[in-house]
Structure formats: structure tokens, C-alpha cells
Write a protein of this length. Structure first.
Lengths: 144, 664, 80
């Protein structure tokens, strides 16, 4: 019944991503809400949209799986890949901006916290999924 | 004692032929053009055991009919130039289709060796090929190769040498069925009477081609001794049917051999297919793609920043050093202010471009980009553009030069022309310095939004232009989209880096030549007549500006802007450099100088950016357009169209902007 | 095996056998070279939008709707 775990995983990540995405987009339109700053959810329409897309991929997979078709599996896997991939992008961006701050001499003023956002930390959960099911996925869902 | 052997490299598209070619020839390559066509011709050299090999990379084709320039080039080369050996690169994971080409090559009766490439992937899939057995069946030597790891190359060359020396060559015949064989026999008789033909080409091959209705061969036969008899025989048959039947027979013959050399698997649905279901999903397809693009741009702009800072600091330091320490003063100024600053302004964006191209190369080599082209095909089709124009448009965001060259994959001439004409509207990296400067000076915190607007505007103009061309000067239907989807693979660092470099180096070359000249030219025009204040209205540059000023006055531009725009013709990066010279300001102060200039407002700044976005392609891009279209007419059109569109839109934007900018 | 229908109309997962290709000369030759010849087994992989991705042997091709309408197949099995 490992399927059950995957569905749960997909559902949790799907909801988290979609929610953060929604919050980011809403803030971008209506202005930042202080309570969310503590959770490191800035207002940004672009990264918000990306969060929404990843969330939708997960949720679509969950929906398909709940109807009973195997078709939903790839969605969860692709969602995980996406989550980890974009998380990596954010990590590299963070390092680059830090390096730049150092070079320009503003190291003291810069704080990594400025660059932290859901795309970065939700990916940590994604990595768990990758470690758990990565091999299974890449060996190929050969069974037609 | 060295012997020279000429190898022709052929094979299906996507079999790793280019990787193999690179692995064999390394840096000893030369890229040119096949005469009369805009198809790229690559030749290279490699030596082994005292033998020099010349390797000619023929275009990748699925078969050897006469319907595309690629195929005709490939087979004409084999038949007319008679290379010592033909090496067909075969994809071990796709044997059935690859062998189709093999049957056709065998009919050419040329010395043939097969390089069974991607053997590692076939083995990883648990489906190794018994190539010795296959070789026995086909009577063709087969060498196992892995292009990406450089395995099997030496054996390949050895086999080539051996095959080149062997003669005569067996004729591999595929039985085409009684009816067809009868016709072939009927045709070979009169054909043998034509001495020129029979001396040059294998008779059976000629007969087979004639039965298939091959226009090219038909033309060769006409006017010869066999013409009349051949034509009377052909008039009684339906070549369409024969073509299909004979193709069928070829596949039958292949199907008979295959099960004996590997586990024929109906591969069913694979990992690639599962991912495809997600990625091409009707609703998620485009959002996923956009999300990936966002990731790509985010990565490009952030990771490039520290590198840009380093290059910037170096350039400034170097320039100051040059001005301060080189005698005489004018030379110091030329080298420092002119050359170093000018070229530096370009090099600063090199990290940007290289990273973007690397990401694109990774996406392409992994196989995803083919899916993206598939997803975008429908929307593009509705806009009058072929789906295959998609990748060139993406590349255009880095630099239009390799982008326009990438349109070669579009088969239809008209489609290709339209794609080439609209490509310059994709905002290339060269225009970034202008945006950064003006958006930064006049729009402060909203600079990012303004730049985004410009990129979108570029895309919108490209689309509208495509539609316009489609309905007026280049009418016709967009040709159908047929594209192979290679299986997803993990891209190798080496291949992707080389890929990135082949495109990125074009940008560097541009910097090293055109921009260098441009920087010197700007400096010269700004320094003379002798004794004049550097970059003032009395210099030649100033005079030029005043001359052109009336043309751009309605847009709100003054003579300084006019001069900068003229120099921008050389390369758009030069615009910023020229402005720096004309305002007598260095990097930081230029922003302030511009802001302080009474003739420039936020609205005119916006109009200026729009103008730079749209007005004609730079010299380098024009050069490529001329080369790829082979026509001055269209190149001139690109220039004229660009200027007109730029002027009109800049005018509109400049006058409408105040209404929107007011509050912000 | 019932009557034949164009490839474009099949759902994802359907397996079929090519009966004939009714395209212009050039396109026909290309399709033949790619593997779309009579009696070839094909499987539709993705059919979410007008154009499709179809597998022939070990290769995968994306075909626009127009081309897919010109390739006629007979259905070997029911769709998934």
C-alpha cells in the first residue's frame, strides 16, 4: 500500500505549495501582510505563480490517483522533481547573491534571510520524497 | 608513409552523430557550407597509425529520397564524390528505424561500416545487441561505439581502413516482391545502354529509384540514351504504390533479422512516456513550461551577478590604469576610455549569456525542449509561426545570431523566412545595458516591471509581425509539425558545455571584432576635429547627431541620443558606451547625468527603450540574416521594417506613457 | 479489425496498425523513412491537444493534427 503514502505525500505538498503560492500572489496584489513575514512568505507574483503550478501538479496527481487510475503516479514524481529542481535554483541564487554582497563589500548588511522563500524550504520536503522513491521512478515505469 | 582516407559520416537525426564527430575530430574541424545551399558542412581530420582521415559530416536523414536538400546532399556526396568509406551512425536503442537507412545505403553499393552508437544505453535498458550476428546478417562490419565516452573510436577507424581496402563489395539485395523485381529487371536493361549513367551509378539502385518516382534520378535519366524506353515503361505504373510497397519490404526484411539479434520489446510505455503525459498535459503543459522558464531566467540573472561584479571592477580598474599610465595622452584615452570601457561594457554581460545558453543546452540535451516545441506548436501555428521556430526564439533572448542560425531546422522556406524576420524582436542580451541604464535612472523601484514590459512587448511585436507577414507578403499555410521526441536522458556536462560554448562564442567573437571597432569609432568621432572637447557638440559625433536629430525629434530624442542610436547599429551594447562618451560621464554618474538632462523624461526614456528594443537587427545579426536567406532584399527589408516599427511604437509609447506614469 | 480511421482521432494508450498514408509525395517519403509504413504497429502516447505524440517501434514522434489525419490505421486492441 505504498501508494497510500505517496498519495498522502502528494496531497500534503500539493496543499502546501498551492497555499503558499496563493498567499504570495495575494500579497503581491494587495500588499504584504506582516504575519506572513515571519513565515518567510514574501509577496511576489512570479514565484507565487510557480508555487501554484507545482502545487497543481501534485494535486492533479492526487486527484487522478484517488479516482483509481495509475496515471496519477507520474504527476507526483514529476512534482517531486520540479520541487527539488526549483529548490536547487533558489539555493544557487541565494549563494550567488551572497557572494555578490561579499564582493561589493556589503557583506555585513546582507542577510540570507532576505532570500528565503517557500520555493526554497518546501523543497526540503520534496527531497525526502526523492530519496524515498527516486530509484523506483528512474528505473522506469516500464510496465505498460 | 601517410595515406589519406575520406570518411563520410551519415545517419538518422538524434543518433549522436555530432557527438561522435566531435569525439573523432576534436578541434581539427572546419565548418563551411554545402555549395548552393544554406546547409552547414562540417569536415574534420583525425589520424591513427600513420593514416590521415578526413571526416565529412553529412546531414542527418531518415532515408535517401530526393525530397529534402539534406537527403540530396547526402546521397550526391556518396555517389559523386565517392568517399573511401561511408560510416553510418546507428542508434542502438532504435534499431528498426535506423536500419531503414542502412538498406538504402547498401543499395548505393558503397563501402559501408556501421557505428552502433549509444550501445551503453541499449545495454542499460537490458537490451544489448548481438552485433556480431547482426553484422553477419547484413554483411556489413559493425563497431560498438559510445560517442559520449569516446569508446570504440579506434576500432571504428580500423574497420574503416579495412573496409576501404576491401573490394569488390557485396551487393545487398532486398527482394521487393515478384512484381517489383520484374519491373526492376525491365528497367535495368535499357539503363545499361546509357554508358554515362551505368558507369557512374549502380544499375539496380537507379531502377529502384525510378520505380519509387524519384524526381532527381528521373532528371538524370532524361536526355540520355535510355530516356525513351525508360519513360515508356514508367508511364504504365503507379509509383506511389511502389514506393509504399518497397518501403514495406524493407521493413519486413529488417523485422526478419531483428528478433535474432536482440530482445524485441514492444517497449510499451516507458519512463519517458510517463513524464510526457504530465509535461504535455492539456492544462499543465504551458504553465509547467513557463515555470521552468522563470527558473531559467532567475538562475541566469542571479548567478551571473557576482561574475558581473568582478568583470566590472576589473574593467574600471584597467581603464583607469590605462588612461593614467599610457603616453601619449590621446593613446591612453583611446585604450582606456575607448577600447577597454567599450569592450568591457559588452563583456560584462558574458556571464549572463553563457549561463542562459548553458541552461538552454541542458534543457535541449535532456530532451525536454522538444516537448516544449510540441506544446507551443499549436499556439504558434495560430500565430502563423511553425512550432520549430520556438527554440530559435528562445535562443534569441540570449543573442539573435545563433538564434537565426538555429532556424535551419525549419524545413519550409517560407516558414523559415518568417521566423528569421521576427527573431530580432526577441530582446537579446545586448539591449539589457540600455534597459538597466534608463529604467534604473527614471523608474527606480519599478525598473524590473518596466523591463518585463519590454520583453513582453518584443514578443508581442514578433507575433503580430508574423501574422502580418503571413497574411500579406508571405501567404500560405504553416507547414505541418513533425518532430522526433528523443527519450529523456541525463545530459552530460561535457556535451552541454560544448553546446553552450558554440553559441556563446559567437557573442564573444562579436565583442572581439565589431564592438571593438565600434568603440574605437565612437572614440574617434568624439575626439575629432582635433582639439575639440571630448564628446561635445562640436566633434564629428556631435555634428552627425545634429544632422539626424530632426528625424527623431518627434520622439523626444536629442542629438546625443541620435548619435548613440546610430552607433547602436553596429551593436546595441555600444549605445550605452556612446552615451557615456557624449555626456562625459563614467558608469555611475551617467545615470545621474541622464536624469538631470531636461530633454529626457520618464516618458522619453520609455520611448527610447522601445526604440532600442525594436529598431533593426545589429550588424552581426544582419550578417547572419543575409547568410541564411541569401538575399539582400530580405535583409534590407528587415532593416526597414525594424526602423519603421520602432519609430511608430516609440512615438505611441512616448505620448501615451505620461498618462500612465503620472501617478507612479 | 474494424474499419480504418485517422491516427489523429485515437485516444492516448491506443495501439493500432498502419494501413496507409495519404500525404503528399515529399511528406509520404519522410513518413515512410520514419517508420510509418503499412503494417507498422503504432501506439498513441499523448493525445491531450490536437497534435499527438505517437510511438513507432522504439521511436517517438510528435505529429501535428493535420499530418495525423492523413495516416490511416486499424485498431488492434481497445484503448486503455
Amino acid at each position: 500500500m505504498s501508494n497510500g503514502i505517496k498519495i498522502l505525500f502528494g496531497a500534503v505538498l500539493g496543499v502546501l505549495y498551492a497555499a503558499c503560492g496563493l498567499l504570495q500572489v495575494v500579497q503581491a496584489i494587495f500588499g504584504t501582510m506582516e504575519s506572513l513575514e515571519a513565515l518567510f512568505i514574501p509577496g511576489n507574483i512570479f514565484s507565487g505563480s510557480v508555487l501554484l503550478v507545482i502545487g497543481t501538479v501534485f494535486l492533479t496527481g492526487v486527484r487522478k490517483l484517488s479516482i483509481g487510475t495509475e496515471e496519477g503516479m507520474p504527476f507526483i514524481y514529476v512534482g517531486i522533481l520540479f520541487s527539488v529542481g526549483i529548490g536547487l535554483v533558489e539555493l544557487l541564487a541565494l549563494c550567488a547573491l551572497g557572494a555578490d554582497a561579499y564582493l561589493v563589500g556589503e557583506w555585513a548588511d546582507w542577510s540570507a534571510a532576505d532570500a528565503v522563500n517557500p520555493l526554497l524550504y518546501l523543497a526540503v520536503i520534496g527531497v525526502l520524497g526523492l530519496l524515498a522513491w527516486g530509484k523506483e521512478f528512474f528505473r522506469g515505469a516500464r510496465a505498460a | 608513409m601517410t595515406r589519406e582516407i575520406r570518411i563520410a559520416l551519415t545517419g538518422n537525426p538524434n543518433v549522436g552523430k555530432t557527438t561522435l564527430f566531435n569525439a573523432l575530430t576534436g578541434s581539427r574541424q572546419h565548418v563551411g557550407n554545402w555549395p548552393g545551399v544554406t546547409v552547414e558542412k562540417k569536415t574534420g581530420k583525425v589520424s591513427r597509425n600513420g593514416c590521415e582521415f578526413e571526416v565529412v559530416d553529412l546531414p542527418g536523414t531518415y532515408s535517401l529520397t530526393a525530397y529534402s536538400a539534406d537527403e540530396v546532399i547526402a546521397r550526391d556526396f556518396i555517389l559523386d564524390e565517392k568517399p573511401d568509406v561511408v560510416v553510418q551512425v546507428v542508434d542502438a536503442t532504435n534499431l528498426e528505424r535506423n536500419l531503414y537507412l542502412t538498406t538504402q545505403l547498401a543499395e548505393l553499393r558503397t563501402p559501408l561500416v556501421i557505428a552502433l552508437n549509444m550501445a551503453d544505453m541499449a545495454e542499460a535498458q537490458g537490451n544489448p545487441i548481438d552485433y556480431r550476428k547482426l553484422s553477419g546478417f547484413l554483411e556489413i562490419p559493425i563497431v560498438r561505439t559510445v560517442g559520449t565516452r569516446g569508446e570504440g573510436l579506434q576500432d571504428l577507424l580500423d574497420a574503416a581502413v579495412k573496409e576501404a581496402k576491401t573490394s569488390p563489395h557485396h551487393e545487398h539485395t532486398i527482394g521487393y516482391g515478384n512484381e517489383a523485381e520484374e519491373m526492376i529487371a525491365k528497367l535495368t536493361d535499357p539503363l545499361s545502354a546509357d554508358r554515362t549513367l551505368s558507369g557512374k551509378y549502380p544499375l539496380r539502385w537507379l531502377a529502384v529509384k525510378l520505380l519509387e518516382g524519384d524526381e532527381n534520378v528521373l532528371a538524370k535519366v532524361r536526355g540520355g540514351a535510355a530516356s525513351a524506353r525508360v519513360q515508356s515503361i514508367l508511364s504504365s505504373i503507379n509509383s506511389d504504390e511502389y514506393e509504399a510497397t518497397m518501403a514495406d519490404k524493407r521493413y519486413e526484411a529488417i523485422a526478419a533479422i531483428l528478433p535474432q539479434v536482440h530482445r524485441t520489446n514492444t517497449r510499451g510505455t516507458t519512463f519517458s512516456d510517463m513524464v510526457d503525459r504530465v509535461v504535455t498535459n492539456r492544462y499543465l503543459g504551458i504553465p509547467i513550461f513557463l515555470a521552468l522558464m522563470w527558473g531559467a531566467f532567475e538562475l541566469t540573472f542571479t548567478v551571473a551577478t557576482p561574475f558581473m561584479t568582478v568583470i566590472d571592477t576589473l574593467t574600471v580598474w584597467l581603464a583607469e590604469f590605462a588612461v593614467a599610465s599610457i603616453e601619449p595622452a590621446w593613446l591612453g584615452s583611446l585604450i582606456g576610455d575607448g577600447i577597454i570601457s567599450g569592450v568591457g561594457a559588452v563583456l560584462i554581460f558574458l556571464p549572463n549569456i553563457l549561463i542562459l545558453f548553458l541552461i538552454l543546452a541542458l534543457l535541449e540535451d535532456s530532451g525536454y525542449l522538444a516537448r516544449a516545441a510540441f506544446i507551443m506548436d499549436r499556439p504558434l501555428y495560430a500565430l502563423g509561426l511553425p512550432g520549430k521556430a520556438f527554440i530559435p526564439m528562445l535562443i534569441g533572448f540570449g543573442c539573435n545570431v545563433p538564434a537565426i542560425m538555429a532556424t535551419r531546422s525549419i524545413e519550409s522556406e517560407k516558414d523559415r523566412l518568417i521566423s528569421i524576420l521576427v527573431n530580432p524582436f526577441m530582446s537579446c542580451s545586448a539591449r539589457l545595458p540600455v534597459y538597466v541604464l534608463f529604467a534604473g535612472a527614471f523608474f527606480g523601484a519599478h525598473a524590473g516591471g518596466v523591463m518585463f514590459f519590454l520583453y513582453v512587448l518584443g514578443i508581442a511585436v514578433a507575433i503580430a509581425s508574423a501574422k502580418l507577414f503571413r497574411s500579406t507578403i508571405l501567404p500560405g499555410e504553416v507547414s505541418p509539425f513533425v518532430m522526433e521526441m528523443p527519450p529523456y536522458r541525463l545530459p552530460t556536462a561535457m556535451t552541454s558545455l560544448m553546446h553552450m560554448w558554440s553559441r556563446g562564442s559567437m557573442y564573444l567573437r562579436k565583442a572581439g571584432t565589431i564592438i571593438l571597432l565600434g568603440a574605437m569609432l565612437v572614440w574617434a568621432l568624439a575626439s575629432f576635429p582635433y582639439g575639440v572637447e571630448y564628446g561635445s557638440a562640436e566633434s564629428f559625433a556631435g555634428m552627425l547627431g545634429h544632422l539626424v536629430e530632426p528625424l527623431v525629434a518627434p520622439l523626444g530624442f536629442d542629438w546625443k541620443v541620435a548619435v548613440a542610436l546610430i552607433f547602436g547599429f553596429l551593436a546595441k551594447e555600444v549605445v550605452v558606451g556612446s552615451l557615456g562618451v557624449l555626456y562625459g560621464a563614467g558608469e555611475e554618474s551617467l545615470t545621474d547625468a541622464l536624469f538631470a538632462d531636461p530633454s529626457l523624461s520618464a516618458a522619453t526614456a520609455l520611448a527610447l527603450m522601445v526604440f532600442v528594443l525594436l529598431y533593426m537587427p545589429c550588424v552581426a545579426a544582419l550578417g547572419v540574416i543575409k547568410k541564411e536567406t541569401g538575399s539582400w532584399k530580405w535583409t534590407g527589408f528587415a532593416v526597414a521594417y525594424g526602423i519603421v516599427v520602432a519609430w511608430v511604437l516609440a512615438f505611441v509609447v512616448g505620448h501615451l506613457a505620461p498618462f500612465f506614469i503620472g501617478g507612479a | 479489425m474494424e474499419g480504418t480511421c485517422p491516427l489523429a482521432l485515437l485516444a492516448a494508450g491506443t495501439e493500432a496498425k498502419v494501413t496507409d498514408v495519404r500525404a503528399g509525395r515529399g511528406m509520404q517519403a519522410r513518413l515512410l523513412g520514419m517508420g510509418f509504413c503499412p503494417d507498422a504497429r503504432v501506439t498513441v502516447q499523448c493525445a491531450d491537444r490536437g497534435s499527438i505524440i505517437v510511438s513507432v517501434g522504439d521511436a517517438r514522434y510528435a505529429l501535428s493534427r493535420g499530418i495525423a489525419m492523413k495516416i490511416f490505421v486499424g485498431i488492434a486492441k481497445g484503448s486503455a
